[in-house]
Write a protein that binds this ligand. Structure first.
Ligand code: TMP
Ligand code: ASP
Length: 255
């Protein structure tokens, strides 16, 4: 394989220089971390599945007009994406109480929220990703008020669309995290959806059994992590029964 320049290595992905200007390659690793890197492990095959799942979801979102960084999948573990300047804010959208929200307000996990909650966290491993408000984000210049309006309205549209998409395959979208980037085209700037959408950064529960089908299986040592990620891919119709990722098919709609 030709040597490429590595631009950045994160916890779950490596970013390499792309084949043409303005593009980069996202390589999906099997490494898993939780609690800001305090817990580390490997989930065999996770990179391959997340590459596929994220490709599928980004393409469906592009179909409804959400601008994304995704260009095309290159192989089992890599996808070509547009080079963007990442807005250093993690956007968390919640539909059902779980995780840190359950802890902070001492509420039982599984309580449906009367309306979706959007939270922002400043991306900083050194500070442990502190929760911030739009005031901090705009005052510190991480994003402009106009950027935040776009990020908020895109996030809510993404939430509505993905909630329906997952419900159609028997999965509840409990909460998830998004990242956005600035894409420069000549002297115009656009905010686009970036990073990945996969069971690493979503909470996905089976509608009937409430079984967890996401990274909480790793965070909480619940076992069968690979199987859960595979089942998400299978229900999305991107994993044939043989268990090997195959060509893209439509989702299996459950009653
Ligand atoms: P939380 O309940 O731990 O705050 O997580 C909310 C959602 O955000 C959950 O779907 C997992 C996702 N998430 C990430 O993708 N990265 C992170 O660093 C954290 C803390 C959460
Ligand atoms: N991705 C974060 C970490 O590594 C936290 C998490 O997803 O729980 O530490």
């Amino acid at each position: 394989m030709a040597k490429r320049r590595q631009i950045y290595e994160g916890k779950a992905k490596v970013i390499f220089e792309g084949p043409e200007p303005g593009t980069v390659v996202q390589y999906f690793k099997d490494d898993a971390t939780a609690f800001n890197n305090k817990k580390k492990g490997t989930i065999t095959g996770k990179g391959v599945l997340n590459n596929r799942i994220s490709e599928y979801l980004m393409l469906r979102l592009a179909d409804i007009g959400i601008p994304t960084h995704f260009v095309r999948r290159l192989n089992m573990r890599e996808q070509l994406v547009r080079e963007v300047e990442i807005v250093p804010v993690e956007v968390v959208i919640r539909n059902i109480v779980a995780g840190s929200l359950a802890k902070r307000f001492d509420m039982p996990e599984g309580t449906p929220l009367p309306r979706s909650i959007v939270e922002y966290y400043y991306k900083s491993d050194a500070l442990d990703d502190p929760m911030v408000s739009e005031e901090h984000i705009t005052a510190f210049g991480w994003a402009s008020p106009q950027d935040m309006d776009e990020i908020m309205s895109m996030s809510l549209r993404i939430n509505d669309f993905l909630t329906g998409l997952f419900l159609g395959i028997g999965i509840r979208l409990v909460d998830f995290k998004l990242e956005f980037g600035r894409l420069w085209e000549e002297d115009q700037m656009r905010i686009v959806l970036a990073d990945e959408i996969s069971p690493d950064n979503c909470r996905l529960w089976d509608v009937h059994t409430n079984e967890k089908m996401d990274k909480d299986r790793f965070r909480r040592d619940l076992g069968n992590i690979e199987e859960a990620y595979q089942e998400v891919a299978r229900r999305l119709g991107i994993l044939p029964e043989s268990g090997m990722p195959g060509d893209m098919q439509g989702p299996d709609t459950l009653q």
